[in-house]
Design a protein around this ligand. Structure first.
Ligand code: PEP
Ligand code: MN
Length: 260
């Protein structure tokens, strides 16, 4: 199955890099990040509008206050955008400017949300819950597929294990297993899997070597000032260097990057 976000094909021979901030924080932050990741070779933008935070006191996302400037930034940069919907009502609200919907790890079991996304025409990226068996993740995808939306991408974003040194544990088994058994494109989110910026680049390479269809990576102009997930965000410079290395690694597997 090949899924198209904008004009970018995910699940074909080329590897796709989705990048951007964890949360969209301001017009400047989003624009500068979008421009930087595009010039380094990312072909799809990410950015959270509503955030599912563990603490209610943490930044919850700008929500509808960001819609106008997101449209402006997209028009300026010219890349498609994937963003998380945490509630059925948001699907319609962002339909005008979001090119693919993300289902977050915490909502993988939200079957009414998945069913509604199954009625949409746009692609859906389904993140694996940190406690879900692979089988539960693939069965969750069926809720979207059953509605007639076959544009589904799976995303492995790390699971909870006994290990506490890293935020989660990247399950590359799940990537190769899901590729073989689901028939859907599978991307890797090394940022949430490891939670430590320095360790993100090697996991990007590991994802490509394992045969993933792409990666989704968090990048921020000033990670130490990020309103969410600053510890795992790459600077523009590190992201750029990572992209250069990634292209070399992909070449060894006779693959190239999807270009915007
Ligand atoms: C995110 O992509 O910023 C996010 C919240 O991811 P997850 O749902 O995997 O925790
Ligand atoms: Mn995040």
């Amino acid at each position: 199955m090949v899924v198209e976000i904008g004009k970018i094909q995910i699940g074909g021979p080329r590897f796709t890099v989705i990048a951007g901030p964890c949360s969209i924080e301001s017009e400047n932050q989003f624009l500068s990040t979008a421009q930087a990741v595009k010039s380094s070779g990312a072909s799809i933008l990410r950015g959270g509008i509503w955030k599912m935070r563990t603490s209610q006191k943490s930044f919850q996302g700008l929500g509808s206050d960001s819609f106008n400037f997101i449209k402006k930034v997209k028009a300026q940069v010219g890349l498609p955008l994937i963003s998380e919907v945490t509630d059925i009502r948001q699907i319609e609200e962002v339909a005008e400017f979001v090119d693919a919907y993300q289902v977050g790890a915490r909502n993988m079991h939200n079957y009414s949300l998945l069913t509604e996304l199954g009625r949409q025409k746009k692609p859906v990226m389904l993140k694996r819950n940190f406690s879900a068996y692979i089988d539960e993740w693939l069965k969750a995808a069926d809720y979207i597929l059953a509605g007639g939306n076959d544009q589904v991408i799976l995303c492995e974003r790390g699971i909870r294990t006994f290990e506490t040194a890293t935020r989660n544990t990247l399950d590359l088994n799940a990537v190769v297993y899901a590729k073989k058994h689901s028939g859907l494109p599978v991307v890797v989110d090394p940022s949430h899997a490891v939670g430590i910026a320095d360790l993100v680049p090697p996991l990007c390479y590991a994802a490509a070597a394992a045969g993933a269809d792409g990666i989704i990576v968090e990048v921020h102009p000033k990670p130490s000032e990020a309103l969410s997930d600053g510890d795992q965000a790459l600077t523009f410079e590190v992201f750029n260097k990572t992209m250069q290395q990634l292209e070399k690694l992909l070449a060894a597997f006779d693959r190239g990057l999807n270009k915007a």
